[in-house]
Design a protein around this ligand. Sequence first.
Ligand code: AAL
Length: 409
Amino acid sequence: MQRLPIFLLIVISILSCKQKPAESGFPFTLPKEKPTRALSAAMERIYTVYESPQPQHNELFSQFKYTALKGFNYNDFDGTISRRDPSKIIQHEGKYYLWYTYRNTPTPPMGADICNDTIPSADWDLAEIWYATSTDGFTWEEQGVAISRPERPSVGWRSVSTADILMWEGKYYLYYQGFMEASGKRGDDCPVTVSYADSPDGPWTSYNKVVIPNGAQGEWDQFSIHDPYPLVHDGKIYLYYKSDFDGGDELVRMQGLAIADNPLGPFNKHPLNPVITSGHETSLFPFKEGVAALVYKDGPEHNTVQYAKDWVNFEIASITELMPYAAAPYVLDAFSNTKDGRGITWGMAHFINVNGNWSKFCSQLVRFDCDLSLDLDDPEMKGHRVMHRPDVYLRQGLSARQLERIKGM
Ligand code: AAL
């Protein structure tokens, strides 16, 4: 092969080592769509994980605003009366309906070792399911007991708590925790049972059997089935629930799913359970073709709104803060078997240990508002951060032990 002239070799080597033009830096104007350039993992995420690179344009991001309710007496929060763990809200004949755990005992909760037939072990021990109605969601009229405790040994003889509502083929179903021993004896152990009625005002007929059973021995949900939360999807009842497991001070709280064709079961637990790895009480709502979840309090993914297009495999849709505990939204399309869930704008929640005094432990219901709705655009709900006043930070002070540790350094 004839050797190339030396000058030609020099030209070729200069051209071949000529760097590609360095790409310019990331643009000043944040691209609305994912740019074709190489991206860091974090930049990749804002275009692939979240609906929008900016929270204010993410339909599943919202702040939460709170309003005290009128119409409920708490004996000056002395611990003898508690209302907590509200149900989803429904509307019937122009009124909103709400069910909740109601405890009215001569003393505040005193723990599993001291409790007896009148002294509660926990805030939700020796409780009943009561209900209230409202025309505006701010002022409520307490109607009284919906589900009282049955006689021993029926399911829930010790306590009935943490109810949620299903409307199905013109009838009403209340699913709730049925305690067969005081909470805290071993753990917060209970199954779920159900009562049904032709009217949201009752009378309620008890199924008087376990409808969502505890898991088999050694399974994650063997001891507790908490926070039953039914929705209708694909012509079936999708009931989400929580279980506490792993135990001790390493307690893990995750969410499972059980599906049935009939409100009285049998409910089949999803083989991929647990389906949400964080959260505490279960709060979800149909959104577009999928389901969204408010995930707060516990776990590695707390303070997130999550979304599952298939109602099973949840992804983080947004990160937020000051989320409503035991959130129980008004979900217009909870039971309509929708494929176009519109989202939520308000609901009920609870504040636990209202007066911060563990010897007078009681909880109170509260209203929350948000913009997690395709039919609302409230910029005041879409700020990137909640502006906390200094006292909120200063109230999270160092403990005496921490101060000692730091001073000893
Ligand atoms: C609540 C719920 C369940 C638990 C207890 C009462 O926040 O998770 O109902 O059993 O706490």
